[in-house]
Design a binder for this molecule. Structure first.
Ligand code: NAP
Ligand code: ZN
Ligand code: ZN
Length: 349
């Protein structure tokens, strides 16, 4: 199946139109016509080879919303016309302990990711959602609840699940005190989801000027992380801090703001931290530093159903695909309110 999309051909080249072949549909596959695809900071990291493992050409995009065009003969859950979503994964081994637990993202044999990955059956490189259609194993396709705006729902497939998963794991609810570091795509979903779960929510931001938006998105408090007096004023306060910062940064100033047995969970940055962590900040107060990687497929459906019930979608700026390179530049300046989403109809123009 011939597909149109956008790809980067090197770490320094812009994304440009790219035509490629998708695999023939297997009996357990769903063929999806893509309507919208969110723009995650991970797309930028991978397009620019920040992790040194990018396979070029790369077609990014793992916040996919579309309608089912056709299903394989073994697929019972979906039919043509259904509104569906695809997130960061398109396959996994299905038999290891993490897969059996519903944590396909941490499959011990390696999950097959939506792009920049290798198909576990035919060895082909996977291409993502900056394209007009995609073929995905049915188990990795989720249903989009009726009533959710499809463009606004796209970022739920990565930004939504990545922030939902730690909220779920640490049982955040009424009485919980949650803080979020960084108001971007992940950060704004964390505010909305934590608030809807009943928590008291704080935003840590380095950008003065985001306060009004933060309150609208669900924050009860905003703390300017660059102001030591602001930081001291919230000492000992949070049960859970979700750190969405995408680059190397010093986590030490946040540790004293954790309550007894509080947890700082890293979701934004995966490389080495250049400022050593002061062990005293963890030892005293029985605190912990943890991490969280997207979320399982079942958990993603649970999050989508919650969003359906609570009317939660992302705040998006819908762009034509021709503006993707400008969108990356704006994302680097934290100038996103609060997720770019590509309208895939623009591929035809
Ligand atoms: P984003 O929209 O660009 O938002 C990141 C926010 O972090 C910015 O808006 C900014 O907020 C703050 N920030 C940016 N650069 C910073 C710096 N150098 N120091 C301190 N703060 C900084 O990015 P995103 O799409 O939310 O993604 C965030 C990170 O999560 C990316 O690295 C992405 O790859 C990663 N990610 C991880 C997972 C996972 O499974 N763990 C899943 C998806 C994405 P303020 O202006 O408010 O300070
Ligand atoms: Zn993502
Ligand atoms: Zn597995």
């Amino acid at each position: 199946m011939r597909v149109s999309g956008y790809a980067a051909s090197s770490a320094t080249s812009a994304l440009t139109p790219f035509s490629f072949e998708r695999r023939k549909s297997r009996p357990d596959d769903v063929v999806i016509d893509i309507l919208f695809c969110g723009v995650c900071h991970t797309d930028l990291h991978l397009a620019r080879n920040h992790g040194s493992f990018t396979i070029y050409p790369i077609v990014p995009g793992h916040e996919i919303i579309g309608t089912v065009r056709q299903v394989g003969e073994k697929v019972g859950r979906f039919k043509a016309g259904d509104m569906v979503g695809v997130g960061c994964m398109v396959d996994s081994c299905q038999h290891c302990q993490p897969c059996q637990t519903g944590w396909e993202q941490d499959c011990t044999e390696g999950a097959t990711f939506t792009y920049n990955s290798t198909d576990r059956h035919d060895g082909a490189v996977t291409y993502g959602g900056y394209s007009d259609s995609i073929v995905v194993r049915d188990k990795f396709v989720v249903s989009i609840p009726a009533g959710l705006d499809p463009a606004g729902a796209a970022p739920l497939l990565c930004a939504g699940i990545t922030t939902w998963s730690p909220l779920h794991r640490w049982k955040v609810g009424p009485g919980s005190r949650v803080a979020v570091i960084g108001l971007g795509g992940l950060g704004h979903m964390a505010l909305k989801l934590a608030k809807a779960r009943g928590a008291s929510v704080t935003l840590f931001t380095r950008s003065g000027g985001k306060e009004k938006d933060a309150f609208r998105l669900g924050a009860d408090h905003v703390v300017l992380s660059s102001d030591p007096a602001h930081m001291t004023a919230v000492a000992g306060r949070y049960d859970l801090i979700i750190d969405t910062v995408p680059y190397d940064h010093d986590i030490n100033p946040y540790m004293p703001t954790l309550a007894l047995e509080g947890v700082l969970v890293l979701v934004g940055y995966m490389g080495p931290l250049s400022t050593p962590v002061n062990a005293g900040g963890v030892v005293r107060g029985r605190r912990a530093i943890s991490g969280s990687f997207i979320g399982g497929v079942g958990e993603t459906q649970q999050m989508l159903d919650f969003c359906g019930q609570h009317g939660i979608v992302s705040d998006v700026e819908v762009i034509p695909i021709q503006q993707i390179n400008q969108a990356y530049e704006r994302m680097l300046k934290s100038d996103v309110k609060y997720r770019f989403v590509i309208d895939m109809a623009s591929l035809k123009s």
